[in-house]
Design a protein around this ligand. Structure first.
Ligand SMILES: Cc1ncc(COP(=O)(O)O)c(C=O)c1O
Length: 497
């Protein structure tokens, strides 16, 4: 886990066109031959611009499955499309859309969407994450990597109560002021002050999740080419927010006390440090109180701003973790991020940033240009929830339930993974960082587990260097499936040794 820079990207376009999806089947009752229906369908998708030039088609075997026909029918349809010159085959790449020129012969040729799609500055997700984002919604898939609360942990009764009070409280659902709903910022400021973070409602910006705060920072506050220092591995490495804005991520090693900061160059152009000190995603590490102080001192002395992401800090089990670094910050070095995505529901899309007023105002102004504010309904609901004691009561019971799930997962790991891996014992939050003792490429394990309908997050999506780890989450899968899932995952690992 040494300090590592991302290799410079040589490719002109950052965006690879994804493999095409097919959600149609030929009509068996139609008089038109099935192969002809397939030729017409593919032609329509290409001429309509849904399948731009350069898109990759699934293999003929998969096409046959998806269309529900046999291979010879696919072969006949493909031959006809090849003969028109709209599809081309390439040994390395498979079959792809080569041209839509025949549609130029028609009066309404579509724009070349492929070249538009490849032109934007925002990078595509890495293919594994694109795949995870899709597979999570397949019904028979057991999600052993998902960083969300299981549906049975959703606080349905509390949210019913909160939403039932809203009609009397909400004056309208109009746009809100640039920093977000005043009532919500007031209650958040009170909560943060009670934790020792000096702030006020004008020092808080409500964002559409803390991910949006990261995006706002990357586009408003950092020069392209600047470096963002962060733990290696890190959740932020699995995103493209900083890289899309032209920043480089530089991974810092971690030890048992958290991020090791002393190799950060003291003289730098600009940049900042992003850290998840409490229940780090993905390793679960909790930064010690001493390291927090030392890190803040270092950053103050070398004028390196910190983004402290505290998405998981409230989800401790037996012992409260050290207080946020922000509680020590008397000089406005830290932009502090909070969210309710991990404690209540990511679908509310509400997070917040606490920092100097100059920063909240600048980001709030840009946020108005981007989306005119996070959902007013969600902000009212959260203001209502946080105003009484309901949220704290709920958190206390959530901690107990999460800890039970953790214990279940640890017992299963003891049973099935003892000779295969080492792991941390999480003191809070959702994740177990499973470090395989055997050399199994985790991308291959991801594929193999998928064949078993088990979805995991391979460590490769979080790291800068090759690693041999998997991020497991005990928060999402149904409790009665956790053990079986871990057993089947161990079987998948063994099959690859
Ligand atoms: C450390 C960390 N920060 C932020 C987020 C995203 O949170 P939000 O849903 O508020 O954008 C996640 C989600 O996995 C996370 O793990």
């Amino acid at each position: 886990m040494g300090q590592a820079k991302e290799p410079a990207k040589k490719k002109k376009y950052q965006t690879e066109l994804p493999e095409l999806e097919i959600d149609w089947r030929p009509d068996r009752g139609s008089a038109a031959p099935v192969y002809q229906q397939i030729v017409d369908y593919v032609s329509r998708r290409i001429s309509g611009g849904d399948w731009p030039v350069g898109s990759r088609l699934p293999s003929q075997r998969r096409l046959a499955q998806q269309f529900g026909v046999n291979r010879s029918t696919i072969s006949a349809a493909m031959d006809e499309l090849y003969s028109y010159g709209v599809l081309e085959g390439d040994r390395g790449r498979g079959t792809y859309v080569a041209s839509n020129t025949w549609s130029l012969l028609m009066s309404s040729a579509p724009p070349d969407w492929g070249s538009y799609i490849r032109s934007g500055s925002f990078r595509a997700n890495v293919p594994t994450i694109q795949l995870i984002n899709k597979l999570e919604f397949e019904r028979d898939v057991l999600r052993l990597g998902t960083g969300e609360l299981a549906p049975d942990l959703f606080p349905r009764e509390i949210m019913d109560e909160v939403f039932s009070r809203l009609p009397a409280r909400i004056p309208s659902l109009n746009y809100l002021e640039p920093l977000g709903l005043a009532e919500l910022r007031e209650v958040l400021a009170r909560r943060l002050c009670a934790q020792g973070i000096e702030t006020s409602p004008s020092g808080i910006l409500i964002t559409s999740g803390s991910l949006q705060a990261l995006q706002l920072i990357s586009v408003c506050m950092l020069k392209p080419g600047s470096t963002v220092y962060t733990e290696a591995p890190s959740y932020v490495k699995s995103l493209q927010v900083f890289q899309s804005a032209g920043m480089r991520l530089s991974g810092l090693p971690m030890d048992s006390e958290g991020l090791v900061h002393w190799n950060i160059p003291q003289k730098r152009e600009s940049g900042l440090l992003y850290t998840i000190p409490t229940f780090h995603n993905p390793t679960g590490t909790v930064m010690s109180a001493q390291r927090r102080e030392a890190l803040l001192r270092f950053c103050q002395n070398t004028r390196l701003p910190i983004i402290e992401d505290n998405a998981y800090g409230e989800l401790w089990f037996d012992e409260e973790p050290p207080r946020p670094i922000k509680t020590l910050d008397k000089n406005g070095v830290i932009l502090y991020l909070g969210t309710v995505s991990k404690t209540i529901a990511p679908g509310l899309r509400i997070g917040w940033l606490a920092g100097p007023r100059s920063v909240t105002e600048r980001l709030g102004d840009v946020k108005m240009q981007i989306d005119y504010g996070a959902s007013s309904l969600s902000q009212w609901a959260l203001a209502e929830l946080l105003s009484g004691g309901l949220y704290d009561q709920y958190l206390a019971s959530l901690r107990v339930k999460l800890k039970e799930r953790r214990d279940l997962a640890l017992r299963a790991l003891d049973l099935y993974f003892k000779d295969l891996a080492d792991w941390n014992i999480p003191q809070g939050s959702f994740y177990i960082w499973l470090r395989l003792k055997v050399s199994v490429p985790t991308d291959r394990l991801f594929q193999r587990a998928m064949e078993e309908r088990i979805l995991i997050n391979p460590g490769s999506i979080y790291d800068y260097n090759k690693n041999n780890a998997v991020r497991l989450s005990y928060a999402y899968a149904a409790e009665d499936q956790l053990e079986d899932g871990i057993r089947r995952l161990a079987k998948a690992v063994r099959s690859l040794i």
